[in-house]
Design a protein around this ligand. Sequence first.
Ligand SMILES: Cc1ncc(COP(=O)(O)O)c(C=O)c1O
Length: 367
Amino acid sequence: MSPRPAVQALPAYRPGRNPADLAREIGVDRAIKLASNEVAFPPLPAVVDAIAAAAGETNRYPDNGAVVLTDALAERYGVDPAQVATGCGAVMLCQQLAQAYTEPGASIAFAWRSFEMYPLLAQVAGARSIQVPLVPGREGGPADTHDLDGLLAAIDDDTRLVFVCNPNNPTGTAVRRAGLEKFLDAVPVTTLVVLDEAYREFVSDPDVPDGTELMRGRPNVAVLRTFSKAWGLAGLRVGYLLAEDPAVAEAVRKTHVPFSVSMLAQAAAVAALASEDEVRARCASVVAERKRLVAALRARGFDVSDSQANFVWLPVGEQAAPLAAALEARAVITRPFAGVGVRVTVGAPEENDAFLAALDAVRADGG
Ligand SMILES: Cc1ncc(COP(=O)(O)O)c(C=O)c1O
């Protein structure tokens, strides 16, 4: 039995390099993974306690409506619980949005390059992808920033969804308040704009708007956030959507795979939300490391734009794959995007030092 052509055409899943396997293979004590934009901190103490407490109840199904978590999120953001939908990671919410809002013939618009799941989920939904190339965000800089005018011009009568990834994965650049407000005011009301703010907690520029504020009074705007990055719950899979119009959250809830947000994930997310001060302090240290890393890379001659996320982008073009391979041979796993650049997650200070040392060694070897 053959699957649908759209599914046959999907690339096969290629797991990222496991640091323990790599260390064994190249004969070192430890390899460093800076490839998936996780935080290097261990889970928050309150999270570990909450998981331990919930573990004794895992013979039961989780609460399918994630009521406690939904209420905690509603309170945190000053919205009604009807405006909130939780999901098995923000990526699943992206997929649910595609299911809920598109049908064959419809289109989904987004910048490219951006989060690599957008074209894939459009393909699975049978929707057409409209990809709008990134443009330089500063004079003479690499093409790494959303072209909001281009995105607006590309929206057609069939465009049901637009993803704006802010800050953008993998380039780390962010769009500013005036540009995004102008864009949102111009998008047709029949098109839902999803502000994917997976990295919002790492934003330090006050001119980068908070989508949960921008969505107010705009019924065709929704915001995606995740517990995977700043909140340190990547292994548990939980994200959420906030929408001005409760009908959007309801549509997403209707396409939810039953029980896909596990009991442990719900308990952990509630505990993490209650530890926000600790999370903020961790994010501040990531931001400080990001600044140090960007300066160190610029001092080495890389054309690095300011990042508002927990990763930095090296726009090295054709050197991307060989550079990542050479770093891997020196026990540092990064994320190459062939022909475009290498994305490097901001790790703990000693991990970032190890990355810079590996980079220097690669360059000293002529790489
Ligand atoms: C821009 C963006 N959106 C969404 C996600 C999905 O996050 P998760 O499914 O872990 O919540 C990611 C993860 O890398 C991302 O980079």
